[in-house]
Design a protein around this ligand. Structure first.
Ligand SMILES: *Cc1c(COP(=O)(O)O)cnc(C)c1O
Length: 396
């Protein structure tokens, strides 16, 4: 018997796509799907967006890569665009979300050592997801992704999500904290949101104790929540912001943005990446940022999000097995009272791509370009499936 050529790391659905256009994907049989997961929040502008295609094609004909031995014009421009839209001071580019978090964790440790903390710690949250490298899987609050990979990395303290008093207790008992790393909305953790005043309280706590406030916006960034970054809903400025997913619309790019004291921690030799921020991915990133920041697109995303969440609430909230509809912008979760993974296959059969995370949360991350008519189509397929889950869910 022949061995599969790919390592056995994913449980894949039995479908292969050959082409995409806007919110649509087409499989090898020519069947059409409404994509409401966007490659896990990556295809923010949808598939084959003309501005991104054009940027990639032009750049590919000029220069793909030179390395960071030299100055890279497109990287410089993308950094300036990201600083302008975020209020941050500077940027380090990586190739993924996990790697961008690694840069943030290294900044935290550097900050801790500058404060003469011998073993600096980063506070991380229950149910957090920060990636699959050794440090980021340690930072993640999910035992399943850690098991088998011990020894884990030192230097993390776990706290409950959304609980400021718990962080005050840690501050009281521990003088080795250098930073807090938190998602403004947890994605893999089940689209869990923070109390509205939380980030402002956290900002004050971090200032009081000289901790870096580091936000993982790998999933929530780049317009997803109806602001360019989710922290912009709360009027604070973090010390570090990490992003990736939607930034390249499909090309692999991550970014770690820093502000104030965090922006001057790294010096030549402290960190690096061979591919990071190469001309190709930065050309795509520039097309994404400039598209998102023109024609009121972010306001439209906020509006689409309100429409989607209102539609879901109207149709689902009275169902006994629907615990909560929540989210912000086009980052939306529907929590059921029972595990509901089979809904993914049921939706697939009906030409709708969704995801279930944290076992019982239906997660929607549609392309940010989705229009009202397409949201109506999403609602008309998804809501009956979820309502019918009442019987199957209790039987399961
Ligand atoms: C997806 C994700 C990551 C990991 O990104 P990769 O590109 O898969 O390494 C980290 N943090 C959050 C919040 C994510 O959603």
């Amino acid at each position: 018997m022949s061995q599969p050529a790919l390592m056995n790391t994913y449980g894949r659905l039995p479908v292969t796509f050959t082409r995409g256009e806007g919110v649509r994907l087409f499989d090898t049989e020519g069947k059409r799907y409404l994509d409401c997961i966007s490659g896990v929040g990556v295809n923010a502008l949808g598939h084959a967006h003309p501005a991104v295609t054009e940027a990639i094609q032009t750049q590919a004909g000029q220069l793909l890569h030179t390395s960071n031995l030299y100055s890279v014009q497109k990287q410089q421009q993308l950094a300036e665009a990201l600083c302008a839209v975020s209020g941050m001071d500077n940027v380090f580019f990586s190739n993924s979300g996990a790697e961008a978090n690694e840069a943030a964790i290294k900044l935290a440790r550097m900050h801790g050592h500058n404060r003469n903390i011998e073993i600096p710690h980063v506070i991380v949250m229950e149910q957090a997801f920060h990636g699959r490298t050794l440090a980021t899987l340690t930072a993640s609050g999910n035992r399943k992704i850690q098991v088998g990979f011990e020894p884990l990395v030192r230097g993390f303290i776990r706290a409950p999500y959304g609980d400021i008093a718990a962080l005050e207790t840690i501050a009281h008992n521990n003088d080795s904290v250098a930073a807090v790393l938190i998602e403004p909305i947890q994605g893999e953790g089940g689209i869990r949101t923070l109390p509205p005043e939380y980030l402002a309280q956290l900002r004050a706590l971090c200032d009081k104790h000289d901790w870096l406030l580091m936000l993982d916006e790998v999933q929530s960034g780049n317009g997803r929540t109806g602001k360019y970054f989710a922290y912009q809903h709360s009027g604070i400025l973090p010390d570090v912001v990490v992003t990736a997913k939607g930034l390249g619309n499909g090309v692999p790019i991550g970014a770690c943005l820093a502000h104030g004291k965090a922006a001057s921690l790294f010096h030549p030799g402290n960190h690096g990446s061979t591919f990071g921020g190469n001309p190709l991915v930065c050309a795509a990133g520039l097309a994404v940022v400039s598209t998102l920041t023109s024609n009121n697109m972010i306001e439209q995303i906020a509006e689409s999000g309100r429409y989607l969440i209102a539609g879901l609430k109207k149709q689902l909230e009275s169902a006994a097995h629907v615990k909560e509809v929540r989210g912000q912008g086009l980052m939306v979760g529907i929590e059921l009272t029972t595990p509901c993974a089979p809904l993914v296959t049921q939706a697939l059969a009906k030409g709708l791509l969704i995801n279930v995370t944290s076992e019982r949360v239906v997660r929607l991350l549609p392309p940010l370009i989705i229009n009202q008519q397409e949201i109506d189509e999403l609602l008309s397929i998804l809501c009956p499936l979820i309502l019918a889950w009442a019987d199957q869910g209790s039987a399961a």
